[in-house]
Design a protein around this ligand. Structure first.
Ligand SMILES: CC(=O)SCCNC(=O)CCNC(=O)[C@H](O)C(C)(C)COP(=O)(O)OP(=O)(O)OC[C@H]1O[C@@H](n2cnc3c(N)ncnc32)[C@H](O)[C@@H]1OP(=O)(O)O
Length: 434
């Protein structure tokens, strides 16, 4: 799928007008103007509590920034004129959905300077992003959030979750298969390349994943100059019995000063194209010498890890929201999705910003997809908000759970039918931060 270039979408005039009376200038940043680009990147680093970026770090960040639609909000009284007081960066990325792919407006780099917080700047920026995306015909937006409390108000809903594992390696043992392939150490440059290659080959197999980009792999592999622990990153690859690359692991070992045999191995990223590769990489981490604890974040909800261990209680999971989605075009997102069971249900969707608002008949087609059509006048069986509909879309949470929490209202039998149709074989999963 050729991706739409978000940089061609002009600044949203409603947001511009909302901020102007406060002396704030909301505008697109021209990435060819390196002073403006670096000013924005410095503001992003401040917003994300990072140290002041060096020239080398700014230079390394430019190629990725240049591909994004960057918005800065400028305060004319600011002594650093090139540094915005608020930022947002977006691009259009392919999002894997059950049965295909959708162009997704990826929202990132949302920051407001601590001196300018809670004056409605983030609201203007986020609503501006959604209007820009919808106006450009992009049917869904997505993001990963620093806090779970920020984005529900704009109609985003949690759609994928990450499991963080903490494993006591002494207790774990191994009950999984003995892989037939081989492991090889990789230096960091090769590791970045292997992660990028494997991600591109595997991302279509999990609903909720999106395409990566070069700098993301360089950051994970530790070759990016902005990575605080870059030089301590290590890598291995797994090749199958035929010699084909099937998996890669980026990790770091943090030495224990009190007991050298109880160091901590942090998994920064693990990709296995096959179950065998995933098992081999887990086994490598768990049996690493001098390691007492293995930690791994951003793992899917259905990771087989506990089943690979002799003692499943050695692996302790913590679950947290990870990927958030925001449906902008109800008929298009559902037409892109396959269904697990036949369905016909009427939904009333509330959306303060209007994009998903309405009464919709959601049904399945003869070719096993969904079809959403306006059904004004029909009696709604379920009522929910745009955020809840976005959470349900990938099948990662059930309508029945949301109904129990009061987030979906109406007929529980209709909620059960909706769940049957949205159900997936594999848990949806987003494997990177963006
Ligand atoms: C996709 C990403 O980039 S995730 C990264 C988000 N950024 C960060 O975490 C960096 C640090 N934080 C910040 O820069 C800012 O605090 C932001 C961007 C989170 C919020 O910016 P602000 O301009 O202060 O928000 P704004 O004034 O527009 O608030 C809009 C609404 O969100 C609420 N809100 C803002 N921040 C938060 C928060 N952290 N938690 C809960 N509610 C919040 C406000 O109370 C307001 O509520 P309302 O519905 O009653 O109007």
């Amino acid at each position: 799928m050729t991706q739409f270039d978000a940089r061609t979408v002009p600044a949203d005039q409603t947001s511009r007008a909302a901020l102007e009376p406060a002396g704030l200038d909301y505008r697109l940043v021209d990435a060819a103007d390196t002073t403006a680009l670096d000013g924005l990147s410095r503001a992003v680093a401040r917003g994300f509590l990072e140290s002041e970026p060096t020239e080398e770090v700014l230079l390394a960040g430019r190629p990725a920034q240049e591909t994004r639609r960057l918005v800065g909000v400028y305060d004319g009284e600011n002594p650093r004129v090139e540094m915005p007081v608020a930022t947002v960066g977006s691009w259009v990325a392919p999002l894997t959905v059950p049965g295909g792919e959708l162009p997704m407006w990826a929202v990132s780099e949302v920051t407001v300077a601590p001196t300018h917080r809670r004056r409605g700047i983030a609201r203007a920026m986020l609503e501006g992003e959604l209007r820009a995306a919808a106006g450009a015909g992009i049917p869904i937006a997505g993001l990963t959030a620093s806090e779970a409390t920020i984005y529900g108000r704009y109609g985003f809903g949690q759609a994928t979750w990450e499991t963080r594992w903490t494993v006591d390696t002494r207790r774990a043992g191994w009950a999984g298969p003995e892989p037939e392939g081989r492991l090889h150490p990789l230096d960091r440059e090769l590791l970045a390349a292997a992660l990028g290659e494997l991600h591109e080959r595997t991302r279509a197999s999990r609903a909720g994943d999106i395409a990566g980009w070069t700098r993301r792999w360089q950051q994970i592999a530790g070759t990016d100059p902005g990575e605080p622990h870059g030089r301590s990153v290590r890598g291995v690859r797994y090749v199958d019995a035929e010699g084909a690359l099937r998996g890669a692991l980026a990790y770091r070992v943090v030495e224990s000063e009190v007991d050298w045999t109880r160091s901590r191995l942090e998994i920064r990223h693990m990709i296995g194209e096959t179950a065998e590769a995933r098992a081999a990489l887990w086994r490598f981490a768990l049996q690493h010498d001098l390691v007492g604890t293995v930690e791994a974040g951003m793992r899917p909800a259905d990771d087989p890890l506990p089943w690979l261990l002799a003692d499943s209680r050695a692996a302790v999971p913590t679950v947290q929201d990870h990927g958030w989605l925001r449906i902008l075009d109800v008929p298009r997102v559902f037409a892109a999705r396959t269904a697990a069971a036949p369905l016909s249900v009427v939904l009333r969707v509330g959306d303060r910003l209007g994009f998903a608002e309405g009464v919709w008949r959601l049904e399945t087609t003869d070719d096993g997809r969904f079809r959403a059509t306006p059904a004004a006048g029909a009696e709604a069986e379920l009522e929910l908000g745009a955020g809840e509909l976005s959470s349900l879309y990938l099948g990662g949470v059930s309508a029945r759970s949301l109904a129990e929490a009061g987030r979906v209202r109406g007929d529980l039998a209709a909620a059960a039918r909706l769940d049957e149709a949205l159900r997936l074989e594999r848990a949806p999963h987003l494997s990177i931060m963006y």
